[in-house]
Write a new protein. Sequence first.
Length: 95
Amino acid sequence: MSASVSEVARQSAQACDSATNAGKMATALMCDEIATNMFMLGYAWQSGWLPLSETALKKAIELNGVSVGFNQQSFAWGRLAASDMEPVQREIKAS
């Protein structure tokens, strides 16, 4: 296997593990696995991977009009997980 194929395989496995962990964390925090979507969006935004402003993302959540508070909270948990995992893990253990 070439080095580039090996690297893609490694990164894909890592991304899969991260997504699985994100799903477990979001479900533990929000008691609903659908929270994973906004949790991962918040994580990605906080990590600088999305070329959108926070205002634009929050406005999109509001305009969608579905479970606005729930989605905002999930997004906030994802942001916190990207910047400081300790309080997120503490909250999961407490729940």
